[in-house]
Design a protein around this ligand. Structure first.
Ligand SMILES: [Ca+2]
Ligand SMILES: [Ca+2]
Length: 267
């Protein structure tokens, strides 16, 4: 069995049943402003965030993020906007790989945080009910090991709420996504979420307020709503011999049909 076929079959096995998982390669050339594109955000002076070949989790790249002091901050964001199929009620996959470099001297618990951008009632015409639900390791076990990649499957994890209008941190750090969706309201002003809460995008980032320096990496960011599952693999350049991402489902006969089509195309 050739390497490509074995890889595809393995991918199909890992994917399981039902979901049409697609791996999307993201290179620097794919980035930019607007919807459905990764872009850097809030990168302050002395901080950085970029796809580099310094420490790939897989392939040839990952997102390298660094800051030098407590004002440092850098984010990577991907926004799709309002999509009625992408709600807190349909969200079923959320994971990312992250790494804290041993050269970091900020407090031991800091690692790249993960954020869901929400609109509480899913109605774009009401804008005072948007914010972030934020995952941080410190509220989920606090066990960072430096110099090692880690995969965090965070669909069942605790998230805290940061409201946008007005800006407010809801001081509650032990609430799961399921509990938020069930209407948890730990403070009077917290947004009340439900199955209809729109998820508008995802982000990960470092800082601010991290006293000291930090260098870390992120790769293989996955989200899923029902059967709509995507994994982003950050790469410095796309491999020439990889099939176009998302061009077919890695399932059953689809694998063989795609291979046959590819072979015909090359002939
Ligand atoms: Ca990669
Ligand atoms: Ca709204």
């Amino acid at each position: 069995m050739n390497t490509l076929l074995r890889g595809l079959l393995l991918a199909a096995a890992v994917t399981g049943t039902g979901a049409q998982a697609a791996v999307t390669t993201v290179t620097p050339a794919d980035m930019g402003p607007g919807l459905n594109k990764w872009n850097t955000a809030n990168v302050r002076s002395g901080s950085s965030a970029a796809i580099t070949n310094t420490n790939p989790r897989n392939g040839n790249g990952s997102v390298e993020m660094s800051l030098a002091d407590s004002v440092g901050k850098a984010d990577f964001a991907y926004t799709w906007g309002y999509d009625t199929t992408r709600t807190l009620g349909s969200l079923n996959t959320l994971s990312y790989d992250w790494y804290r470099a041993a050269s970091s001297n900020a407090a031991d618990h800091f690692q790249p945080a993960f954020r869901l951008f929400y609109d509480a009632d899913g109605d774009a015409s009401t804008t005072g009910d948007t914010g972030y639900l934020i995952y941080e390791n410190i509220y989920n076990g606090n066990n960072v090991t430096e110099g090692a990649w880690r995969t965090d499957n965070i669909i069942g994890a605790n998230f805290w709420m940061r409201q946008f209008t007005p800006g407010n941190t809801v001081e509650a750090f032990d609430i799961t996504l399921a509990e938020w969706m069930g209407g948890a309201h730990p403070t009077a002003v917290a947004d009340i979420l439900s199955t209809r809460t729109a998820i508008l995008g995802i982000e990960f980032g470092i800082g601010s307020g991290w006293n000291g320096s930090f260098t870390g990496f992120v790769d293989n960011v996955s989200y899923g709503f029902g059967n709509d599952v995507t994994t982003f693999n950050f790469e410095t350049a796309a491999a020439n011999d990889v099939p176009e991402p998302g061009s077919f489902a890695l399932m059953g006969l689809g694998v063989f049909a795609a291979l046959a089509a590819r072979k015909r195309k090359r002939a």
